[in-house]
Design a protein around this ligand. Structure first.
Ligand code: AP5
Ligand code: ZN
Length: 216
């Protein structure tokens, strides 16, 4: 399956993607995670992306599209993928459409996670991520690690993202409404959008998502 996951910052895209990718046996491709990996490795790409990310703005399309295409062309993505954080504006959606069409492929669904803004702010404020693996995501209240600051899965150090400050979150939400939400209409016109509520327990949201994708 080829799926695009969309939803505001903190909606739970990364959290759900980890389970969905496993259930559907497809790779989870997160442009945010790819940028963060480049930043921690000190690559040129990471240096280019960092200032935009820290300010809560989108990284320029040329950089993002090239990185996303490169990842989608890896052998493990041949039979499908779950895109998380890409495309993020209508222009990126157009590039993805072209890439897929050129390969004789198409998307199966665009899964839209709906969460009220006050909940999103709470989720982001309490989020803690493992330095060893960005798939190990915790929340100080909703899914606390057994030992404060330590990853339950691998023992790695938990940290708070640089762009999770209150001010940057406000910018990210604004960017989501103005630049990313329009892609939902873009895909609605193609009959691909399924919207689910992302409220409730993580497992409940995963079940809802699998059902919406016709894979329950
Ligand atoms: P990115 O990394 O994609 O961030 P985002 O879209 O802002 O989304 P988040 O990672 O903040 O949230 P999430 O929805 O994954 O939530 P999570 O599962 O962690 O992008 C970061 C930046 O990179 C962008 O601002 C931009 O600069 C750049 N970028 C990335 N892609 C780009 C692109 N295509 N073009 C240009 N620039 C790009 O959950 C959040 C918290 O809630 C966690 O603590 C979790 O434990 C908790 N939680 C999750 N589910 C539940 C639940 N059901 N109940 C209670 N708590 C829950
Ligand atoms: Zn870990």
């Amino acid at each position: 399956m080829r799926i695009v996951l969309v939803g505001p910052p903190g909606a739970g895209k990364g959290t759900q993607a980890a389970y969905l990718a496993k259930n559907l046996s497809i790779p989870h491709i997160s442009t945010g995670d790819l940028f963060r990996a480049n930043i921690s490795q000190g690559t040129d790409l990471g240096k280019q992306a960092k200032a935009y990310m820290d300010a809560g703005n989108l990284v320029p399309d040329e950089v993002t599209n090239a990185m996303a295409q490169d990842r989608m062309e890896k052998p493990d993505a041949e039979n499908g993928f779950l895109l998380d954080g890409f495309p993020r504006n209508v222009s990126q959606a157009g590039v993805l459409d072209e890439l897929l069409t050129a390969g004789g492929l198409k998307l199966d669904a665009v899964l839209d996670l709906e969460v009220p803004e006050d909940e999103v702010v709470k989720r982001i404020a309490g989020r803690r991520i493992c330095r060893n693996d960005s798939a190990h995501v915790f929340h100080v209240t909703y899914s606390p690690p057994k030992k404060e600051g330590v990853c339950d899965v691998c023992g790695g150090e938990l940290y708070q993202r640089d762009d999770d400050s209150e001010e940057t979150v406000r910018t990210r939400l604004e960017v989501y409404h103005t630049q990313t939400e329009p892609i939902i209409d873009h895909y609605r016109a193609q009959g691909l959008v399924v919207t689910i509520s992302a409220l409730g327990k993580v497992t409940e949201v995963t079940e809802r998502a699998m059902e919406a994708l016709g894979r329950a």
